[in-house]
Design a protein around this ligand. Sequence first.
Ligand SMILES: *[C@@H]1O[C@H](CO)[C@@H](O)[C@H](O)[C@H]1NC(C)=O
Ligand SMILES: *[C@@H]1O[C@H](CO)[C@@H](O)[C@H](O)[C@H]1NC(C)=O
Ligand SMILES: *[C@@H]1O[C@H](CO)[C@@H](O)[C@H](O)[C@H]1NC(C)=O
Ligand SMILES: *[C@@H]1O[C@H](CO)[C@@H](O)[C@H](O)[C@H]1NC(C)=O
Ligand SMILES: *[C@@H]1O[C@H](CO)[C@@H](O)[C@H](O)[C@H]1NC(C)=O
Ligand SMILES: *[C@@H]1O[C@H](CO)[C@@H](O)[C@H](O)[C@H]1NC(C)=O
Ligand SMILES: *[C@@H]1O[C@H](CO)[C@@H](O)[C@H](O)[C@H]1NC(C)=O
Length: 804
Amino acid sequence: ILLGYILIFMTIIHPLFVVVLLLFCISSAKGMPRSLICNQCMYFVAHSVQMVEVLSVTVHCTVASRFAHTVMTSSALNKANSSQEIFFEVDLPKTAFITNFSMEIEGQIYVGVVNEKEQAKKQYEKAVSSGRTAGLVKASGRKMEKFSVSVNIAAESNVTFILTYEELLRRKFGKYEILTRINPKQLVENFQIVADIYEPQGIAFVDAHATFLSNELLPLVEKTAHIFFSPTLDQQRKCPECDGSLINGDFIIKYDVKRASSLGDIQIVNGYFVHFFAPPDLPRIRKNVMFVNDRSWSMSGTRMVQSRLAMESILSDVHPEDYFGIILFNDRIEPWKESLTKATEENVDEAIKFVWQLSPKGGTNINDAVIKAIHMLQDDRRNKKLPERSVDMIILLTDGMPNTGERNLQRIQQNVCKAIGGNMTLFCLGFGDYVDYSFLDVMAKQNNGVARRIYEASDATLQLQGFYDEVASPLLSAVDLRYPDNAVDSLTPHHFSQLFNGSEIVVAGRLSENDMDNFLVEVFANGVGEGQVIQCPYMYIFLCVLLLLPPCHYIFCSVDGDPHFMIELPEREDALCFNINDSPGTIFNLVKDPSIGLLVNGQTIGDKMVAPDGKVNTYFGRLGVVHHSLGVRLEVTTEYITLSQDGQKVKLLWSDQASLKGPSVDLLLTKDRSVKVTLRDSVKFVILLHKVWKMHPYHQDYLGFYTLDSHLLSPSVHGLLGQFYHGIEFEVGDQRPGEVPEKPDATMYVKGHQLNVTRGWQRDFRKDLKRGKNVPCWFIHSNGTGLIDGSAEDYIVSGLFKTV
Ligand SMILES: *[C@@H]1O[C@H](CO)[C@@H](O)[C@H](O)[C@H]1NC(C)=O
Ligand SMILES: *[C@@H]1O[C@H](CO)[C@@H](O)[C@H](O)[C@H]1NC(C)=O
Ligand SMILES: *[C@@H]1O[C@H](CO)[C@@H](O)[C@H](O)[C@H]1NC(C)=O
Ligand SMILES: *[C@@H]1O[C@H](CO)[C@@H](O)[C@H](O)[C@H]1NC(C)=O
Ligand SMILES: *[C@@H]1O[C@H](CO)[C@@H](O)[C@H](O)[C@H]1NC(C)=O
Ligand SMILES: *[C@@H]1O[C@H](CO)[C@@H](O)[C@H](O)[C@H]1NC(C)=O
Ligand SMILES: *[C@@H]1O[C@H](CO)[C@@H](O)[C@H](O)[C@H]1NC(C)=O
């Protein structure tokens, strides 16, 4: 989990209002596309200013495939006869993503701007130093971060706050949980919590309850995939005569999805896929667990009692088939036994006595304690004392900083990582506020585990027990999910040391190809049986409910070969094609989007010499791409590729292999084959290099251009290919025999013209650069006349980067 900051910057141009700055702390899973990240829904609203009436509080949560999109709206009225400050406070889950925040004041909407961490910090500091109002988000409680904003509102005026955030629900103990914390502090005329859950796999169960609801109110909650809760003013009252509201606490929705016996579910949305992997009915694998517990002086008192009570219940729950060991440490390392022990009842009883025996004192030597645990597991493995098919794990519990033995945090991490060598999992529990949690977090992650903070509170025993329960039943180890290399081009982590019972592995990625016919996913993992290989072609479900992403156009336009233009319409299972013949050297405009300053031009080359049949073939031999707003210029010839951006220039040869990633352009060069280019928020395309045998008497190398994703281009996009990006309406009728029997002629009605067309095919080389794939298409004769706007000549430009 990476922590970042986003800033909501709001300038309100009104004499009464100040500039409001908000700093949010957000978290995101490493490498995930922004739009696919989130965690539980949770809120808290408070308006505590006097003479402020909260008119409405509504929470609308839409879950689509574990992806929760929540819009929270709250309106308040300043009843006072003078202007005053109105506060808006929300507790957000640490892993949630704020995607929008806006305020409506007197019919005017002020939309916040979301900035990245560094910029946000600077703007925040600037605002504070110039004495303006600014809001900072701070950690609040275990799972949440609180942010608050206040705004000055004129007498007898209304304000509406609208906050949108997103989260991915994580499965724990066999369910997903949506938690909404709510406390309006007064009766609210219009109070509503609505959640709609769409899960393509189907919903196994839904449960909704609230900590503050009495038995009378409980029936008010509708519990299906549509959850609705909207108590009237009277129902919100603590007692029939009082003004106090009983709405104060957590509103919790829990559900799980149906799991067929299949081994997962893949869902595809606009060029991204998400794979949910949680196979049902797998037997657990045995585990060998070393508990490494801090008994240094700082653990005295309540902490020691709580950790011992937790150990007592954890040990009693260790499966009798599992092996375990205990090390208590301060500046000395005190193993219970020199090797691991089977968790029989007698052994567990004996271990519990040992845990209670030693009193806390001395310093903290984390390094030696963990290394000892590693050695014990390794020795027992070597001496074949442990079951062959089992997983090894270490659970470290500490409340302090290493202050004896090795104290350098990085060196401890290196020692532990080297000793473990990827062969076991390390979980770290940081107890209380004095631990260096980031040190534990990094160390756990380096060794395939996770760290957890244990908050010092009366329920610490339960927190410890809860963590153990989550990891107590591993079902698979060394889980490796593989996707076809040529079909995906960026993936979130897809190797997992374990899959635990009741959890779920989620992998997301970007699809590099839209033809998903052969999307084969393989899962390699160790289970109880022999090394299992799970392999199955997946069914996938197209989602229509994800609100964030625009609809995808399924149109692929390309030009390849002796300029063969092709417009593929997979939705119609059809394609159109045409050729343009002209003398070598001509430059054509292929794509032009004036509203974003995008231009793609191509220059033709001819054969080295006229072939004996007298035919002069032409091909594209040079392509030029300019994106003015991104400041990007790309030139691709059959020899080299040059990319210039903001005065910097990179030159690559086709014999190179390269991957460049920048804020506005990504480029992936596959040696002697293709260069794939993504221009941020506009277009994605691939250019293929057709290499012709060097000694070929007539032909020479040439290029092919294929658009992969064009849905972000503006409606004004044009050009020989560009004009088709937004679709093309046509009808074909009156099929009749043509010159060649297998190529019938027909009449096409398109753009108000009636054209003679011929059924034929052209080759799409995207997947098979040597032979290509035959795509049947309707061929439009005479340089595409009638199909393209104007005539082919209209598309001729004077230079590779020229618009006319
Ligand atoms: C504002 O209201 C207070 C009482 O609520 C009253 O005393 C005061 O005169 C009012 N001021 C104006 C300007 O109306
Ligand atoms: C943010 O919210 C405001 C008002 O609710 C809306 O007008 C605006 O389009 C939203 N912005 C985005 C990026 O969704
Ligand atoms: C405030 O909002 C409420 C409910 O939308 C509306 O009835 C009322 O007229 C508004 N008051 C003002 C002063 O805008
Ligand atoms: C996994 O958890 C479920 C309850 O969530 C339980 O019924 C099942 O027995 C557990 N499976 C194993 C192998 O522990
Ligand atoms: C990890 O396990 C492999 C295979 O059993 C073994 O070859 C390797 O030496 C182990 N590494 C360490 C650091 O123990
Ligand atoms: C189209 O083909 C028909 C016969 O197949 C012919 O009579 C007609 O002249 C052709 N039209 C054009 C515009 O070429
Ligand atoms: C179109 O086709 C004709 C006849 O095949 C040819 O002479 C002409 O040069 C072609 N090119 C353009 C750009 O019109």
